[in-house]
Design a protein around this ligand. Structure first.
Ligand code: LLP
Length: 411
């Protein structure tokens, strides 16, 4: 798709003047989300999957403006914890739009979600047979789905490949008997669910196809009639400026083909795809240190602000927003944060218009798994989040202070 709703929004397309204004007004490091782009992503994915029930995996970004915009776009909420369920309901999702995917759920989570389920008809997806007992103990006999371990995985990194990991889901062959047992016990069995992994590219389509076809087969042999077959999320986005975007229409077509005839609705639940290119991270250069190896560029954001490069070796584009960047010499840099840890690096061997102290840098595709994975390691307060919507800017999350960091400590 092109024109008014392009498949990808590149880092180079963000207006530098606006980003400078925001950095001045709200300080750095600063997350900036463009809510209008979140809406565009939702419309594109709903258009590609017109017959599917589309949910948003809230773990990618739970900020309230994002949740509200997606609820407004007719997307449901797939939640990984009681906290995400609560925040989704608070943001305006109705119970029937909420799915809680319980992964080794702590008792507190089940207590909280089962209590909410009394008033909000949400769906709980279990990934282990004994979770049924734990739900029954809490008098939950509501809408239930079973997460399947499909035995097929994909993803941008081994750490985010779920489909082959025994941690996730019920072994494939045991699913039919578990569905029957759940129905016998009085649960309202509504669906089956699987997720291959995160960051699936066009090259991984065969794994996606395989997963969907296994889910189709399972649905056809289900002893219980199902309302939906959820084939997860994981749709990748281009992290490199030159990388082509995922052909979402091709993914949708492959999904429909592989599923085959089933008497249930297709459901999907991407996270990253909705928000990644709707967010950037602004960070200020505080140190420019020439060394024999490279120019070390020290910035005020670190692995505590955006952990993906440190955790997965993920590539994120970086743009020097200095007004005269076009005239600067292109030099090889190592962009590093203020955390006293070797992995606290955003990029190595990255060629940038020679960064100087005071420059504003912008890190791309920071809308997914950015703020969400931020921490206070090294006693570092978490950054602020600002949203843009149709030209308006407003604070969504205030910057933490040192007092916030120590607020839970006993005197
Ligand atoms: N559904 C389930 C059951 C999941 O476990 C996940 C992601 C999703 C949907 C959404 O996947 P997405 O469409 O966003 O790829 N922190 C990592 C990603 C971890 C994803 C975990 N589960 C990263 O920054 O790449």
């Amino acid at each position: 798709m092109s024109g008014v709703n392009p498949d990808v929004r590149r880092l180079s397309e963000w207006g530098a003047d606006r980003l400078h204004q925001l950095a001045e007004a709200y300080d750095t490091p600063l997350y900036v989300y463009d809510i209008a782009r979140v809406r565009e992503n939702a419309r594109r994915i709903r258009a590609a999957f017109p017959d599917a029930e589309v949910s948003y995996a809230t773990k990618a970004n739970t900020s309230k403006p994002v949740l509200r915009a997606l609820q407004d776009e007719g997307v449901g909420a797939e939640c990984a914890s009681a906290g995400e369920v609560q925040r989704s309901l608070d943001a305006g999702f109705t119970g029937s739009e909420v799915r809680y995917t319980a992964v080794n759920p702590p008792s507190e989570d089940l207590d909280h979600v089962c209590a909410l389920a009394a008033d909000h008809p949400l769906t709980i997806t279990i990934g282990a047979a004994d979770t049924l007992d734990r739900l029954a103990e809490r008098d939950f006999f509501g809408k239930l789905a079973v997460r399947v371990n499909p035995g097929v995985g994909a993803g941008h990194h081994a750490k985010v490949t779920t489909g082959t990991d025994p941690k996730f889901g019920v072994p494939y062959d045991e699913v039919p008997s578990l569905l029957a047992a759940a129905a016998d016990r009085g649960f309202d069995v509504v669906g089956i669910h699987a997720h291959a992994g995160s960051g699936i590219s066009g090259d991984d389509l065969s794994a996606h196809r395989e997963l969907v076809s296994r889910m189709g087969a399972l649905a056809r042999e289900s002893p219980v009639s199902l309302e939906f077959v959820n084939v997860g999320g994981g749709f990748g986005v281009p992290y490199k400026e030159a990388e082509p975007p995922l052909d979402i229409a091709a993914v949708a077509e492959a999904t429909r083909e592989a599923l085959g005839e089933v008497d249930a609705q297709l459901a999907i639940e991407p996270g990253r795809y909705f928000v990644a290119d709707a967010g950037v991270l602004l960070t200020r250069v505080n140190t420019a240190k020439p060394t024999p190896e490279t120019l070390v560029v020290g910035v005020d954001a670190g692995m505590t602000t955006l952990v993906r490069p440190a955790m997965y070796g993920s590539y994120h584009e970086i743009r020097n927003l200095a007004p005269d960047a076009g005239e600067r010499e292109a030099v090889e840099t190592l962009v590093a944060g203020p955390i006293c840890e070797t992995s606290d690096i955003f990029a190595t061997d990255r060629v940038l218009p020679a960064p100087a102290r005071g420059d504003l840098l912008c890190i791309g595709n920071a809308g997914a798994y950015g703020y969400e994975m931020a921490s206070q390691y090294n006693s570092r307060p978490r950054p602020a989040v600002v949203c843009l919507d149709e030209g308006e800017a407003y604070l969504a999350v205030r910057r933490e202070t040192l007092a916030d960091v120590t607020s839970l400590e006993e005197p």
